[in-house]
Ligand binder design. Structure first.
Ligand code: ZN
Length: 258
């Protein structure tokens, strides 16, 4: 009899402990899902050339997102290395700007003289070339991103592949948000360019990005690899990491944004 009572008490205690633990766990997950964590996404444009700063960026062990140009000597290699380094990969689709010479554009860029059929072909060719890509953003493109018909063709193809789009916002006339809403593709806007002339300048831009995230919950910054300051940008981001931790701001992939 006594043994049975002890057994019952034990079972009751075990049940209470389980309830408490699962209850606490429930409370914990609730807090975690509270969206209180402020986050930034950092995109690095112009990969695909093994450009200046490439090696320094690969030393950063954070969730960076790298935008790789198609039709470049190191398109595949840079994308594969980025993936292996734990970065998210997107396609950096080259498009014609309003100002500037066509000769500045990489080969097979999207230009306004193309037929809609050719736009689709070049878009597919570009998207096909970048392994591990989960989205795309625009390289230059102030002319094309303000053209609704052109953007609809490109965005429909991106949606078909399950990509998201980041508007680099090279013009305030961009229709990417509007067309994305209309066809239902996940889209984000650049909040801030991270480029500066010194490491400290880049550091300050990253902190500013974190402050924007503090206000609206998240923020998207874009820096560049290459001769214009690739190494400086990589070092400036590294310098900012301890401060981001103090500010309780996490770096996430673009795909992890709401
Ligand atoms: Zn670019």
């Amino acid at each position: 009899m006594r043994v049975i009572i002890i057994k019952r008490t034990l079972i009751v205690v075990i049940v209470i402990v389980i309830l408490l633990v699962t209850g606490l766990y429930g409370a914990y997950t609730e807090v975690f899902n509270d969206n209180e964590q402020k986050v930034i996404a950092i995109i690095i444009d112009d990969f695909g050339n093994n450009g200046k700063g490439t090696e320094t960026f690969f030393k950063i062990k954070e969730r960076l997102t790298v935008a790789v140009l198609p039709n470049m000597p190191y398109t595949v290699e840079d994308a594969e290395r980025a993936h292996q380094n734990g970065f998210e990969v997107i396609v950096h689709l080259p498009m014609e700007p309003v100002k500037g010479k066509k000769s500045w554009l990489p080969p097979d860029s999207i230009t306004s003289d193309l037929s809609y059929n050719e736009v689709l072909k070049k878009t597919c060719k570009a998207f096909d070339q970048v392994p591990y890509a989960v989205g795309f953003n625009n390289h230059m493109g102030s002319k094309i991103t303000s053209d609704k018909n052109m953007m609809r063709i490109i965005l429909e193809e991106a949606k078909r592949r399950g990509y998201y789009v980041v508007d680099s916002k090279t013009t305030k006339n961009s229709v990417i948000d509007e067309v994305s809403e209309a066809i239902g593709i996940k889209h984000y806007d650049r909040d801030l360019f991270l480029d500066a002339k010194s490491e400290y300048g880049v550091y300050k831009q990253v902190i500013r990005l974190a402050e924007i995230a503090g206000e609206k919950g998240y923020a998207v910054g874009i820096g560049h690899v290459g001769p214009e300051g690739g190494t400086i940008t990589a070092r400036g981001i590294m310098d900012a990491l301890p401060e981001l931790e103090k500010m309780n701001i996490k770096i996430v992939y673009v795909s992890q944004l709401k």
